[in-house]
Design a protein. Structure first.
Length: 188
């Protein structure tokens, strides 16, 4: 299935910073329960936080004028991934521009540090709740249970906790709370 950042057949991990966003991004109308998990990376990872892109400098800002095109591109990319897309069969076409940029970042782009590490993912605002989403360039086989040991080299996600989330309890739009927020408990 095609997704905002990945074409059909290219596996990535899609997550969110809070339960409300997780459920809003994944649950379908009529679902009664959603499985929600908290994952941690097993090593340091590099992500582009599209919510922290600097403002585009003015054309009159001579020392920073050279940053205008790349920053305008990133701002437009952020806008494109923030647009809601209906799953009506056209998403395969509407997702193509963001998938191409993501593939470039995943496969070609290297960070400017001395060892040129690869980028591991993107953080972006949810088009449904305003919470934070994350797409990590981690395939399914590199998402592990706590007692599993990786068979591959590179970044892995380890399941730290999971629970069934009752969808009959209304999810309120409002300030996002982290998945591990002790103040958020569904009714019994």
């Amino acid at each position: 299935m095609a997704n905002r950042m990945s074409a059909a057949g290219i596996a990535m991990f899609y997550g969110a910073s809070d339960v409300e966003t997780t459920v809003a991004e994944t649950a379908k109308l009529g679902d009664k329960v959603a499985s929600v998990g908290r994952f941690v990376t097993d090593e340091a990872s590099w992500v582009v936080d599209l919510d922290k892109i600097p403002e585009t400098p003015s054309i009159f800002d001579e020392p920073n004028r050279h940053k205008r095109r790349p920053l305008r591109f990133l701002h437009r990319f952020r806008e494109d991934i923030g647009k809601p897309v209906e799953r009506d069969g056209r998403e395969h076409i509407e997702y193509v521009p963001t998938q191409i940029v993501t593939e470039y970042l995943r496969l070609i782009y290297r960070l400017p540090q001395t060892d040129n590490p690869p980028l591991n993912g993107l953080v972006f605002t949810s088009s449904k709740t305003g919470g934070q989403n994350i797409a990590l360039f981690v395939p399914n086989e590199d998402c592990l249970d706590q007692d599993e040991h990786p068979e591959t080299v590179g970044l892995h996600l380890v399941l730290e906790a999971a629970h069934a989330h009752d969808l009959s309890w209304p999810v309120k739009a409002g300030p996002a709370r982290p998945i591990d927020d002790p103040g958020r408990k569904p009714p019994h």
